[in-house]
Every structure is written in C-alpha cells, then in structure tokens.
Write a protein that binds this ligand. Structure first.
Ligand code: ZN
Length: 248
C-alpha cells in the first residue's frame, strides 16, 4: 500500500450529486430502507458512480492499481469504484467523491460491507501507509503506533492472503538477485585500481540501481513492498550513497 493523492472532484459529480442523492433518498423513503429498494431500481440509481469519467479520474490517481493491495487488474480482477464507507450502511455517501477508492475485486469482496465509520481502516488517500505498515519477509504488518487500525486493515482487506504472499515471494526472489548483483558491482568498484576503471564500474552501479529502483516506482505492482525492501537493503543503500555523494 502506498500514499495516494486524490484528484479533484470530477465535474459530473459536482453537477449531479445533489440530484443523485435526492433520488436515492426518495427511493429509501419509498421502500423503507436501502436494502429494500428493488434490485433493478437500485441499479439504475447507483449506476452514476460508475460513470467512465469518474473511473478515469479515480483509477489514474492509483496508477490503475488497487488502492489497498497494489495489484494490477491482470492479477486481481478488474479495478472497481469501491466505497470506503459501504453504501449499504451509509447511503448518503454513495456519490461522495472523498468516499471513493479504486479497489480490486478481491479486496472489495473481502472488505464486503465492513463499516469503516464504526471501525476505521486505513484510507491511503488520507493516511500514509508507509508510516503504518512494514514487512517481515512476505507478510505485511502494522507498527506499534498504529497496531489497531493497521491490523484491522490487513484483516479486512485480506492483505496477508496467499494471492498477495505469492507475488511478494516472486518479487522478493527478484530483489534478492538485484541486491546480490549490486553487492558484486560494489566489490568490483572497491577493487578498481585506476580512475578509468573506477568511473566505469561506478557507471555500472548506477545502471544496476536504476533497474532495482524501477520496482519501487508507484506505477509498479506492490511498489510499497519493494520500497520497503530497498529501505533495508544494505548493498542498495551503500551503492546509493556512493552514487549520491561521490562526484567523479
Ligand atoms: Zn486489492
């Protein structure tokens, strides 16, 4: 999970949310409750929040990934417009832009109608997941300062289920490989006996760093996991400091 920046509210919501809310409110009062609105009527009332312009703006803010698990649609099913506070329990937030999150089908199903108003979970638009979560091997965990809300988020979204542990394990194998390559490149660099060799080997380190850092760019799947790995990876940090501080 990574911090996301919410895009400005789309025009279509600004122009229509009052009417959409009014129609839904009327249907709730006509039928007695949100759950009692007949399916077909409900579908017609709800379709607006799935408007293409809403999806485009929402999904671009998460780099077309799930806001919770950072999976891409190919791995975890289509990304959908998910309500942070479930619309079944908080219908007044059905068309609220600040209540929307792009989520994969798996997280969406797992989260189901968990009431985030009663028991909040992390919203990556409002909270910085990097300050809340850490990883132990392929498991995501919440730090002590945020134990309750972090652990609940992991549980509610199923962030330690096999569907996420497996890709983390695959990525970890790749990252170990990159890290070993950097360690080797560092050894060569330190053993360089001429200035030309030093420069050449430094360039190789720089290239290796560029490859490993790609895994942690926000558009990549599970980039939060990769970024955390790099923050603890000694060969990476050593190489980074050589590249950053030495000017040759
Ligand atoms: Zn997900």
């Amino acid at each position: 999970m990574i911090k996301l920046q919410r895009n400005p509210k789309p025009e279509i919501i600004i122009n229509n949310e009052e009417n959409w809310n009014e129609a839904l409110k009327n249907a709730i009062s006509t039928h007695g409750s949100y759950s009692k609105i007949p399916k077909e009527i409900k579908e017609k009332l709800l379709i607006h929040y799935k408007h293409p312009s809403i999806k485009t703006s929402l999904f671009s803010s998460s780099f077309q990934k799930c806001a919770f698990c950072e999976a891409k649609p190919a791995e975890s099913g289509n990304i959908e417009v998910e309500h942070y506070a479930p619309k079944s329990k908080h219908p007044d937030l059905t068309f609220c832009w600040e209540n929307f999150l792009p989520a994969c089908r798996k997280c969406n199903e797992h989260k189901d109608d968990h009431d985030t108003i009663l028991e909040p979970i992390i919203n990556p638009y409002n909270n910085d997941p990097e300050k809340i979560f850490y990883y132990e091997d392929i498991r995501i965990l919440a730090n002590n300062d945020n134990k309750k809300i972090g652990s609940l988020t992991i549980e509610v979204c199923g962030l330690n289920s096999a569907r996420l542990m497996r890709p983390r394990a695959d990525i970890l194998i790749g990252l170990h490989g990159f890290s070993e390559a950097i360690a080797e490149a560092l050894k060569d660099y330190e053993a360089a006996d001429t200035e030309a060799k030093r420069r050449n080997r430094k360039r190789k380190i720089k290239e290796a760093l560029e490859v490993i850092e790609m895994t942690a760019t926000p558009s990549e799947k599970l980039s939060g996991f990769c970024k955390f790995y790099l923050s603890k990876c000694e060969p990476y940090l050593k190489a980074k400091s050589i590249i950053t501080h030495e000017h040759t």
